[in-house]
Design a protein around this ligand. Structure first.
Ligand SMILES: [Ca+2]
Ligand SMILES: [Ca+2]
Length: 373
């Protein structure tokens, strides 16, 4: 190739590259309202004062701004070259339900149905496996949970400092992403119930966790009215990576259309983390009525539907031949509740931690077998 020809090709390449860069516009990076017009659910879930920003360096952050014009002038335009994609934050729902108090082992049919005792009998109880419970917080002082928590030993509690320098202040047992504080307290009963299904210590009360040797990472992304946002859930997923979680339990859903959540789950996969998600409680087929994260069907994802004590699909459970991977006990399930209580709740939210617990047991077993080799 002569020099002039090389120069021309180079010029063409450079102009092509420049062309590519020019193609990135405010509109392409942040489709904004035009993205929401796809479905009415998208529009109703959008939080128009919060913006999930995917940066070119792979980070995802949520920016709060008084309105969309202000966001565009203070964040989007000045940082356009560093931003890959922006979408409105969305409301995420955790089903609010009232628990039926029992304070007994009534409703403990789940572990029996799953024949968990066969795994426990050979010593596989989830030892060394960390399960991040991204939920409505949990009662870290509950007698059946207090010894089951993954403890950040480098962090001094309640001194207002990030002692271990991991970017989170006072994060001993986990973190509260709604209130942005290190102490996690239960906003609703839901998170404590979910946590007990994974790992409750049966020597301290009536509830039997599926993986009693696994450790729980406590997280909240809900306000006291039971509402939360996807941006905070994504921040919690980043934190699960920082804490070295093996499994993320996501007993929530309802996001109608979203790209950032999918990117966040893929990031978990890059870090070797399993994402276990609830199919949802609308009694619908996800093939026809997809909602997320349940319907992403990503390689590191298990989506869980709920069954009843008679081993049938629960009527409330969302189903799908292609998007639901497993069905687990989820109706009338006994587990821990805030304040040293126990009781029954129902939902795919309860089936999901059955599978997170089972995955912890299997993971423990695989690690044991690898050690023997
Ligand atoms: Ca810290
Ligand atoms: Ca501290």
């Amino acid at each position: 190739m002569d020099v002039s020809r090389a120069a021309i090709i180079c010029l063409i390449s450079v102009s092509l590259l420049a062309g590519c860069a020019e193609e990135k516009t405010e509109q392409s990076v942040f489709p904004g309202d035009s993205n929401l017009e796809k479905t009415s659910q998208c529009a109703s879930a959008a939080i128009k004062t919060r913006f999930i920003v995917q940066w070119e360096n792979g980070k995802i952050t949520t920016v709060t701004s008084e309105n969309v014009e202000r966001f565009k002038s203070t964040v989007l335009r000045p940082h356009l070259k560093d931003i890959a994609f922006v979408e409105y934050d969305q409301v995420v729902t955790i089903p609010t339900q009232s628990a039926v108090l029992t304070n007994s082992s009534d409703g403990s049919w789940g572990p029996a149905m799953m024949q968990a005792n066969e795994a426990w009998a050979i010593g596989e109880k989830g030892a060394g496996i960390k399960v991040a419970v991204i939920d409505s917080g949990l009662d870290t002082g509950h007698p059946q949970l207090e010894n089951q928590l993954d403890t950040n030993l480098g962090e001094v509690p309640s001194n207002g400092l990030d002692d271990d320098g991991n970017g989170y202040v006072d994060d001993v047992f986990g973190y509260d992403f709604f209130y942005d504080v290190g102490e996690v307290t239960p906003m609703t009963d839901h998170g404590t119930h979910v946590a007990g299904i994974v790992a409750a210590d049966s020597s301290k009360g009536p509830v039997q966790g599926i993986a009693p040797s696994a450790k729980l990472i406590a997280m909240n992304f809900m306000g006291d009215n039971g509402g939360g946002s996807l941006g905070d859930a994504i921040a919690a997923m980043d934190y699960a990576v920082v804490r070295g979680a093996n499994i993320v339990n996501a007993s929530w859903g309802g996001a109608p259309c979203n790209e950032s959540l999918k990117v966040a789950i893929k990031k978990l996969e890059t870090n070797g983390i399993l994402f276990v998600s609830a199919s949802g409680n609308s009694g619908l087929d996800l093939d026809t009525y997809p909602e997320y994260p349940a319907a992403y069907n990503l390689p590191n994802q298990i989506t869980v539907a709920a069954s009843t004590e008679s081993d049938r699909m629960a009527g409330f459970s969302n189903t799908s031949f292609s998007l639901v991977h497993v069905v687990a006990p989820g109706a009338g399930i006994n587990s821990t509740l805030p304040g040293n209580l126990a009781g029954l709740m129902s939902g795919t939210s309860m089936a999901t931690p059955m599978v997170s617990g089972a995955a912890a047991v299997v993971w423990d077993n695989i690690e044991s077998l690898q050690k023997e080799e």
